[in-house]
Design a protein around this ligand. Structure first.
Ligand SMILES: [Zn+2]
Length: 261
C-alpha cells in the first residue's frame, strides 16, 4: 500500500468513527492557536521564552495583592498585554472552521479547549468549554460571574463585580488557581457522555485536560489524534491523522461528507 492510500484510509476510518459516534466531542490546544498566529508560551517565539517564566504561584500572588496583580497584567511591556494584542489581531483558521462545520452537521457535541483566545467562539462554535478561561473576559472570584473585559472600568483596581462586589480577575486561569467549578463540571459531564474524542493541536499532558481522553477511552470510546508530532496519546489513538489541525480537519470534514453522500 502506498503512503497516500494509507493516509486516505485513515481519513475514511476517522470519518466513519465520527459518523458512527453517538456523542462526539473534541479537545483542542495550543497547536490550533499557533496556526492563527497566537504565540505559544514556551519554545521558539514563546511568550515566556521572551518575557521570562511567570511565577508558578500566580493565584496566590493575586489573592495576596489583587491591585498589584492587575497592574502587572496591564503593563504595556508585559507578556499579558502582548498576548492580548496578538489575540485581538488573530483570526480563526480552517481548523476552527472545520469544527464549527462538524457541529452544524450534528457531529460535534462540545469542544473543550485549553486555549484562551476566543477563536473557537469567534469562528462560531456554540457548544464550548474553555478549561483555562477566556482572555477577553473577567470573572468574579466570589460568585463566578463573567463579563467582557471592555464592559468594565479599570479606573480603580482591582475592579469589582457589579452583582456581588467581589474582586474580579482575568478569566484566564492562573498558575495554582483551581479550574472554575462550572467549567470543570461541564468538562467532566461531556467526557463522561462522550464515545468519541477528537484531540487536536495538543499533546494533552496538562491536567485536568489530560484526564479527558482517558475518560473516553476507559469506556471504549474512539480517540482520533490530530497532531503534526507524535505524543503520549499516539499509541492509544484509534486513528492518527498527522499534520497541523488547519490542514487535517477540513480534510476530515470532506471525508465525512464523502461518507454521507
Ligand atoms: Zn460576583
Amino acid at each position: 500500500m502506498t503512503e497516500e492510500v494509507a493516509v486516505e484510509r485513515d481519513y475514511t476510518a476517522a470519518a466513519r468513527a465520527l459518523v458512527d459516534a453517538r456523542y462526539p466531542i473534541a479537545l483542542t490546544g495550543a497547536g490550533l492557536s499557533v496556526e492563527s498566529g497566537i504565540p505559544p508560551f514556551r519554545g521558539p517565539g514563546g511568550l515566556w521564552t521572551k518575557h521570562g517564566e511567570p511565577p508558578m504561584n500566580g493565584w496566590e500572588l493575586f489573592l495576596a495583592d489583587p491591585k498589584r496583580a492587575w497592574e502587572k497584567r496591564l503593563n504595556p511591556e508585559g507578556p499579558m498585554r502582548e498576548l492580548a494584542r496578538r489575540v485581538e489581531q488573530a483570526q480563526p483558521n480552517p481548523g476552527h472552521q472545520a469544527l464549527v462545520e462538524l457541529e452544524a452537521m450534528g457531529l460535534m457535541r462540545c469542544v473543550i479547549t485549553q486555549n484562551i483566545d476566543d477563536l473557537h467562539r469567534r469562528a462560531g462554535q456554540r457548544e464550548l468549554a474553555e478549561i483555562h478561561g477566556n482572555s477577553r473576559l473577567v470573572r468574579c472570584i466570589e460568585c463566578g460571574a463573567r463579563e467582557p473585559r471592555e464592559a468594565i472600568s479599570l479606573a480603580v483596581l482591582p475592579p469589582r463585580c457589579a452583582r456581588c462586589g467581589g474582586i474580579q480577575k482575568a478569566d484566564t486561569v492562573s498558575f495554582g488557581e483551581p479550574i472554575p467549578e462550572d467549567v470543570m463540571e461541564r468538562c467532566q459531564r461531556e467526557a463522561r457522555a462522550a464515545d468519541f474524542i477528537l484531540v487536536a493541536g495538543t499533546s494533552a499532558t496538562v491536567y485536568p485536560a489530560a484526564a479527558l481522553p482517558f475518560e473516553v477511552l476507559e469506556r471504549r470510546g474512539a480517540l482520533i489524534e490530530v497532531n503534526p508530532h507524535e505524543s503520549e496519546l499516539t499509541p492509544l489513538a484509534t486513528v492518527v491523522l498527522r499534520g497541523p489541525a488547519g490542514a487535517v480537519l477540513p480534510k476530515l470534514v470532506a471525508a465525512v461528507r464523502g461518507l454521507r453522500n
